[in-house]
Design a protein around this ligand. Structure first.
Ligand code: MG
Length: 207
Protein backbone atom coordinates (compact mmCIF):
# COMPACT_ATOMS: atom_id res chain seq x y z
CA UNK A 1 0.00 0.00 0.00
CA UNK A 2 1.35 3.38 -1.00
CA UNK A 3 2.93 5.27 1.90
CA UNK A 4 0.89 8.44 1.29
CA UNK A 5 -2.34 6.44 1.43
CA UNK A 6 -1.29 4.81 4.69
CA UNK A 7 -0.45 8.21 6.14
CA UNK A 8 -3.73 9.72 4.98
CA UNK A 9 -5.76 6.81 6.38
CA UNK A 10 -4.04 7.04 9.72
CA UNK A 11 -4.79 10.74 10.00
CA UNK A 12 -8.56 10.24 9.41
CA UNK A 13 -11.07 10.19 12.22
CA UNK A 14 -12.39 6.72 12.85
CA UNK A 15 -11.91 3.51 14.71
CA UNK A 16 -9.78 1.24 12.56
CA UNK A 17 -6.31 0.21 13.72
CA UNK A 18 -3.67 0.22 10.97
CA UNK A 19 -3.15 -3.58 11.00
CA UNK A 20 -6.87 -4.11 10.46
CA UNK A 21 -6.90 -1.57 7.65
CA UNK A 22 -3.98 -3.38 6.03
CA UNK A 23 -5.95 -6.63 6.22
CA UNK A 24 -8.76 -4.93 4.29
CA UNK A 25 -6.26 -3.63 1.73
CA UNK A 26 -4.80 -7.14 1.30
CA UNK A 27 -8.25 -8.72 1.04
CA UNK A 28 -9.22 -6.41 -1.84
CA UNK A 29 -5.89 -7.02 -3.56
CA UNK A 30 -6.35 -10.80 -3.19
CA UNK A 31 -9.94 -11.01 -4.34
CA UNK A 32 -9.38 -8.93 -7.47
CA UNK A 33 -11.68 -6.82 -9.57
CA UNK A 34 -14.28 -9.42 -10.53
CA UNK A 35 -16.98 -7.32 -8.90
CA UNK A 36 -17.46 -4.08 -6.99
CA UNK A 37 -16.43 -3.59 -3.39
CA UNK A 38 -19.11 -2.49 -0.95
CA UNK A 39 -18.52 -0.77 2.35
CA UNK A 40 -21.47 -0.36 4.69
CA UNK A 41 -20.61 2.51 7.05
CA UNK A 42 -18.25 5.08 5.50
CA UNK A 43 -18.09 7.55 8.39
CA UNK A 44 -15.10 9.78 7.51
CA UNK A 45 -13.47 7.32 5.13
CA UNK A 46 -10.61 5.85 7.12
CA UNK A 47 -11.26 2.22 6.14
CA UNK A 48 -12.50 3.45 2.75
CA UNK A 49 -8.97 4.64 1.99
CA UNK A 50 -7.52 1.18 2.75
CA UNK A 51 -10.13 -0.43 0.47
CA UNK A 52 -9.73 2.29 -2.14
CA UNK A 53 -5.94 2.08 -2.22
CA UNK A 54 -6.10 -1.59 -3.28
CA UNK A 55 -9.03 -0.92 -5.62
CA UNK A 56 -7.02 1.80 -7.35
CA UNK A 57 -4.17 -0.66 -7.97
CA UNK A 58 -6.34 -3.43 -9.42
CA UNK A 59 -8.86 -1.25 -11.28
CA UNK A 60 -11.82 -2.01 -9.01
CA UNK A 61 -14.49 0.37 -7.73
CA UNK A 62 -15.56 0.85 -4.11
CA UNK A 63 -19.13 1.87 -3.27
CA UNK A 64 -19.27 3.18 0.28
CA UNK A 65 -22.72 3.58 1.81
CA UNK A 66 -23.67 5.77 4.76
CA UNK A 67 -26.54 8.08 5.68
CA UNK A 68 -23.88 10.20 7.38
CA UNK A 69 -26.18 11.07 10.28
CA UNK A 70 -24.13 8.89 12.61
CA UNK A 71 -25.16 5.56 14.05
CA UNK A 72 -26.67 5.31 17.52
CA UNK A 73 -23.30 5.04 19.25
CA UNK A 74 -22.12 8.25 17.53
CA UNK A 75 -24.90 10.50 18.78
CA UNK A 76 -24.39 13.07 21.52
CA UNK A 77 -23.89 11.47 24.92
CA UNK A 78 -22.58 8.19 23.46
CA UNK A 79 -19.00 6.89 23.49
CA UNK A 80 -18.15 7.54 19.86
CA UNK A 81 -19.64 11.02 19.53
CA UNK A 82 -17.45 13.61 17.80
CA UNK A 83 -18.97 17.07 18.28
CA UNK A 84 -16.85 18.51 15.45
CA UNK A 85 -18.99 16.52 12.99
CA UNK A 86 -22.22 18.21 14.05
CA UNK A 87 -23.71 20.58 11.48
CA UNK A 88 -23.96 23.84 13.42
CA UNK A 89 -27.04 24.99 11.48
CA UNK A 90 -29.13 21.89 11.98
CA UNK A 91 -27.54 20.38 15.09
CA UNK A 92 -27.41 17.01 13.31
CA UNK A 93 -24.38 14.88 12.61
CA UNK A 94 -23.00 15.06 9.10
CA UNK A 95 -19.86 13.10 8.27
CA UNK A 96 -20.24 13.50 4.48
CA UNK A 97 -18.12 16.68 4.10
CA UNK A 98 -15.26 15.02 5.98
CA UNK A 99 -15.54 11.88 3.82
CA UNK A 100 -15.45 13.93 0.60
CA UNK A 101 -12.47 15.94 1.79
CA UNK A 102 -10.56 12.80 2.76
CA UNK A 103 -11.27 11.07 -0.57
CA UNK A 104 -10.27 14.17 -2.50
CA UNK A 105 -7.00 14.40 -0.57
CA UNK A 106 -5.96 10.90 -1.67
CA UNK A 107 -7.20 11.30 -5.25
CA UNK A 108 -9.80 8.57 -4.93
CA UNK A 109 -12.87 10.39 -6.20
CA UNK A 110 -12.92 8.19 -9.33
CA UNK A 111 -12.23 4.96 -7.45
CA UNK A 112 -14.68 5.43 -4.60
CA UNK A 113 -18.37 6.21 -5.13
CA UNK A 114 -20.07 7.56 -2.02
CA UNK A 115 -23.69 6.52 -1.72
CA UNK A 116 -25.60 8.69 0.76
CA UNK A 117 -28.52 6.83 2.24
CA UNK A 118 -29.73 3.87 4.20
CA UNK A 119 -27.81 0.67 3.33
CA UNK A 120 -30.95 -1.46 3.58
CA UNK A 121 -32.78 0.70 1.04
CA UNK A 122 -29.79 0.61 -1.32
CA UNK A 123 -29.64 -3.20 -0.99
CA UNK A 124 -33.17 -3.57 -2.39
CA UNK A 125 -31.95 -2.18 -5.71
CA UNK A 126 -28.44 -3.70 -5.78
CA UNK A 127 -28.09 -6.72 -8.06
CA UNK A 128 -24.39 -6.85 -9.00
CA UNK A 129 -22.47 -9.62 -7.19
CA UNK A 130 -19.69 -8.09 -5.08
CA UNK A 131 -16.11 -9.26 -4.72
CA UNK A 132 -15.98 -7.93 -1.16
CA UNK A 133 -18.55 -6.57 1.28
CA UNK A 134 -17.32 -4.85 4.44
CA UNK A 135 -19.91 -4.40 7.19
CA UNK A 136 -19.12 -1.61 9.65
CA UNK A 137 -22.40 0.26 9.95
CA UNK A 138 -24.58 0.66 13.03
CA UNK A 139 -23.51 -1.73 15.77
CA UNK A 140 -26.94 -2.10 17.41
CA UNK A 141 -28.83 -5.38 16.91
CA UNK A 142 -31.29 -4.05 14.33
CA UNK A 143 -28.85 -2.30 11.94
CA UNK A 144 -26.11 -4.95 12.27
CA UNK A 145 -28.46 -7.84 11.45
CA UNK A 146 -30.15 -5.84 8.68
CA UNK A 147 -26.77 -5.06 7.11
CA UNK A 148 -25.78 -8.73 7.25
CA UNK A 149 -29.11 -10.08 6.00
CA UNK A 150 -29.26 -7.62 3.11
CA UNK A 151 -25.61 -7.53 2.01
CA UNK A 152 -24.05 -10.94 2.75
CA UNK A 153 -26.11 -12.52 -0.08
CA UNK A 154 -24.55 -10.01 -2.51
CA UNK A 155 -21.05 -11.48 -2.08
CA UNK A 156 -20.04 -13.55 -5.12
CA UNK A 157 -18.83 -17.14 -4.78
CA UNK A 158 -15.18 -16.94 -3.76
CA UNK A 159 -15.71 -13.35 -2.65
CA UNK A 160 -15.09 -12.00 0.82
CA UNK A 161 -17.27 -10.72 3.65
CA UNK A 162 -15.51 -8.56 6.23
CA UNK A 163 -17.08 -7.61 9.55
CA UNK A 164 -15.64 -5.04 11.94
CA UNK A 165 -15.77 -4.93 15.74
CA UNK A 166 -16.23 -8.66 16.28
CA UNK A 167 -15.60 -9.32 19.96
CA UNK A 168 -15.97 -12.92 21.15
CA UNK A 169 -15.58 -11.71 24.77
CA UNK A 170 -18.56 -9.51 25.83
CA UNK A 171 -16.20 -7.49 28.06
CA UNK A 172 -14.44 -6.22 24.92
CA UNK A 173 -17.44 -4.86 23.04
CA UNK A 174 -21.03 -5.13 21.85
CA UNK A 175 -22.66 -8.35 20.66
CA UNK A 176 -24.27 -7.69 17.27
CA UNK A 177 -21.12 -7.75 15.09
CA UNK A 178 -20.10 -11.03 16.77
CA UNK A 179 -23.61 -12.41 16.29
CA UNK A 180 -23.56 -11.71 12.56
CA UNK A 181 -20.10 -13.25 12.28
CA UNK A 182 -21.52 -16.44 13.84
CA UNK A 183 -24.56 -16.18 11.58
CA UNK A 184 -22.24 -16.16 8.56
CA UNK A 185 -20.41 -19.27 9.76
CA UNK A 186 -23.64 -21.04 10.73
CA UNK A 187 -25.11 -20.35 7.30
CA UNK A 188 -22.37 -22.66 5.97
CA UNK A 189 -22.04 -20.29 3.02
CA UNK A 190 -18.91 -18.75 4.55
CA UNK A 191 -15.64 -20.02 6.00
CA UNK A 192 -13.01 -18.14 8.00
CA UNK A 193 -10.46 -16.40 5.80
CA UNK A 194 -8.58 -13.99 8.10
CA UNK A 195 -8.78 -12.48 11.57
CA UNK A 196 -6.88 -9.36 12.63
CA UNK A 197 -7.81 -7.57 15.85
CA UNK A 198 -11.59 -7.25 15.82
CA UNK A 199 -11.77 -7.63 12.04
CA UNK A 200 -13.06 -10.93 10.70
CA UNK A 201 -12.93 -11.82 7.03
CA UNK A 202 -14.90 -14.75 5.65
CA UNK A 203 -14.96 -16.30 2.21
CA UNK A 204 -18.13 -17.35 0.43
CA UNK A 205 -17.99 -20.93 -0.74
CA UNK A 206 -19.87 -22.81 -3.43
CA UNK A 207 -22.40 -24.99 -1.61
MG1 MG B 1 -15.79 -0.24 13.25
Amino acid sequence: MRAEHQKAAQSCRGFMPHEEGMALYQAVAAVGAKGPIIEVGSYCGKSTIYLGSAALEIGATVFTIDHHRGSEEMQEGWDHHDSSLVDTETGRMDSLPELRKNLENVGMESTVVAIVGDALTVSYFWETPCSLVFIDGGHGPIPAHADFDSWAPKVCIGGLLAIHDVFPDPDDGGRPPYEIYLKALNSQSFIDYAAVGSLRILQKIDL
